[in-house]
Structure formats: C-alpha cells, structure tokens
Design a protein around this ligand. Structure first.
Ligand SMILES: [Zn+2]
Length: 386
C-alpha cells in the first residue's frame, strides 16, 4: 500500500534543534546574536540596519536599550511588530514619529534582524540535533514521498529535504507548490520533484516582489549542504538579498520593484494578500485530505491561530484518530516510563487538540528527540519495516 504521510512542523520542532523561538528573535537581534560573516552585504549597510532596528524598537515599542540587555519581557511580540510595520507601510500611515521612507527602512531592518538571527542559529545546529533529517531519512529511503507542512519561517526542513533528495532521489527537489521563478530551481524541477514542502506562513528564503508578483528562492550560506544547493547558491546568493536600500526585483528591466521576504504572522494570514500564500494554503488543505497519517510536532495550537485550527479541522477530519500523532515537549518526560507521562487531558496543548478532534489521538510528551527514539525502538513510523 502506498503511504501518504503528512508531517506538520511547529516552532517546537525548530526549538528542539536549537533554533530560536519567535519571542526570542528580537532580544537576540538587539543583543547582537547574529551572523556577522557574510561577505556581500556591505558592512555599513548591516550596521545601519541594526542601528535602525534598535532605534525603531526603542522609539515605538519602549524597549529600554542602553547598558541593559534586551529580554523577552521588555520586547514586543515579533508578529505584532511585523504586522504593524507591513500594514502601516502599505497604507502610508505612521507608527509614532516614524513614517514614509524611514518606516519602510525600519521594516527592512526588522526583517533583516529576523533573517540574521535565524541564519546564525541555523549555522550552530550540531550534527546530533538534525532531527528533521532523522525523521525524513527512513521515509526517503523507502521511496515514499512525504508532505511536510511547516509553520516556521526557518529553512531547517528545506535543508533536510534538499540533502535527502540528493542522497536518495537523484537531486529531485521538494515541490513548494508555489510559483517560484528562480531559473536554477525551475531547472531542477524539470527533472522531477520528490515530496512537497508547504510553508503556509512563508519562508526566509522566499523573496517576493509586490509590484509584479514574482517570487524568488534564495539560498543562504547555512543551507549549503550538497551539490544541488551549492549550484543554487551560486546562482542566487542570499546574503545580498537583505539591505535597507532594498533589493531589486529580478524581473528587471521589466519591473522596478523591490523584494522582501515572505513572513506571514499567523494572526494576519488573511489580511495579507499574497497570491503565493493563498495558493499554498489551498495546496495544504488538498494534501491533508489525501494523507493517511498526520504527525504534528512542536505545535501547540494556540487559541488565536484560528486559520490553522480551521485548516486542521477541514484537512484531517477523515483520519482515524490514532493516525493523528501529536508530539509535545514536557521537560524530563522522555526519561519516564510511558504510564508515568502526562496524559492528553492534563496538558493545555492536549486539551486543545482533543477539543478539535475528539478522543483517541496518538499523544506523546517526549519532544521531537524523545519521540524519534521511542518510535525507532518500537519499529513504528517513520521507522516502519514493511
Ligand atoms: Zn517585480
């Protein structure tokens, strides 16, 4: 029987590998924890971006900067800041004393800060924390095409899928199910794709031109794990994609627009009219309806993620409940025997999933790493031996 697994990755999956959670990104940026070794962004540009981000957050969001270190407690929510910047810039409205070109520059500065922090964290992922690769490898090796739905902006899973496609599938890249115009990527795709990668909140490596609607794929230094990525990288280096002066659309001379990364905040999905995002949501729903099993890792189903809850409900309701796996992380539970672990009805994440789908879900509290270990020991998905 053909397997049709769908894997859903939330912030907890990135956290398990050492990547930053959303509310850790602004403090990390303000404290200077980011990549400083890119060669193509002018140093003046980068310094200007960081100074701008600091000034803006201090002026508009009362972040106390000086000798004090930025913390989660004194930084605003990143999704809120990004949404306010995007909407105000688009509508020509001020935020505090910031308006016009200065506000657009602040927007680019914050987007750069997000990129730089995640990029820096990506480079630091130790080889024994490559859980995405560990999860997907047995699936690739038995020639099953996985569908991965990522709620994250980072490129950890992109990385794993490109790497595995090179190992097992003759460099057939994953299909993002959006219209990527980047020639090198479309060249790869003409040889066939393997698996789908649906990024419903966008991605750090997607750059979009609002003027002409073109979407490009950029590859960062930290993503270069194989030959395919090296080739992509050489055609579209990522480092020069971020600048407060703006990165011109690759559709020149036909378009004189500028591109920005596609980072959609969950609460504002429907407010941001990007045809690519609209398409990937439709593709995600269709893929979910086809799936014979869903594995949801590191996603807590927050109560304000209404769109995602609706997508899950429409897309996964056909599945028997024991084919819906929810992997949550509770400290130290991976070392406890199964009967001593927190049951679904006693955990807020478990309660929310149970409200949505009812009883009988395959519930785990061992986190990404502990779950992989248990599944492997028991010969269960993804390590099934058929
Ligand atoms: Zn354009």
């Amino acid at each position: 029987m053909d397997e049709k697994p769908i894997i859903v990755l939330g912030a907890g999956a990135t956290k398990a590998c050492g990547g930053p959670l959303t509310d850790e990104i602004l403090p990390a940026a303000l404290n200077g924890e980011m990549a400083h070794d890119d060669r193509t962004t002018l140093v003046e540009d980068r310094e200007e971006l960081l100074a701008l981000a600091s000034d803006f957050l201090q002026d508009c969001f009362n972040v106390p900067l000086g000798r004090e270190k930025a913390t989660k407690k004194n930084c605003p929510s990143l999704p809120m800041v990004l949404s306010m910047l995007r909407r105000s810039a688009a509508a020509g409205m001020p935020i505090g004393a910031w308006q016009g070109d200065r506000l657009v520059k602040a927007k680019r500065a914050i987007e750069y800060a997000v990129f730089a922090v995640i990029e820096a964290a990506l480079r630091r992922i130790p080889s024994d924390h490559q859980f995405h690769r560990k999860l997907l490898q047995p699936i690739y090796s038995r020639n099953v095409e996985p569908t991965v739905l990522s709620l994250n902006y980072d490129v950890i899973v992109d990385n794993a899928m490109f790497y595995l496609s090179e190992q097992f599938q003759g460099m057939q890249p994953p299909d993002y199910r959006v219209q990527i115009a980047t020639e090198r990527y479309t060249d790869f795709c003409t040889g066939g794709t393997f698996g789908q990668l649906l990024k419903i909140h966008g991605s750090l490596n997607w750059l979009y031109c609002e003027r002409c609607g073109r979407l490009d794929l950029f590859v960062s230094e930290g993503m270069r794990t194989g030959k395919a990525l090296d080739e992509l990288y050489n055609s579209v280096p990522f480092d020069d994609a971020y600048s407060c002066r703006g990165t011109p659309c690759r559709n020149r001379p036909n378009c004189d627009g500028f591109v920005s990364p596609v980072l959609i905040t969950p609460t504002y999905v429907k407010d941001y009219e990007n045809p690519h995002i609209e398409r990937v949501w439709a593709e995600a729903e269709a893929a979910m309806k086809e799936a014979d099993r869903a594995t949801i890792i590191g996603y807590s189903l927050p109560t304000d993620d209404v769109e995602v809850a609706m997508l899950f409900k429409r897309g996964l309701d056909h599945l028997p409940r024991d084919s819906i796996t929810v992997v949550e992380y509770i400290r130290d539970e991976e070392d406890k025997p199964a009967e001593k672990r927190t049951p679904i009805e006693e955990h807020p994440t478990g309660q929310r999933f149970r409200s949505l789908f009812g009883a009988g879900l395959d519930w785990h509290t061992t986190g990404f790493k502990g779950w992989l270990r248990d599944q492997k020991d028991a010969g269960r998905f993804p390590f099934t031996q058929d």
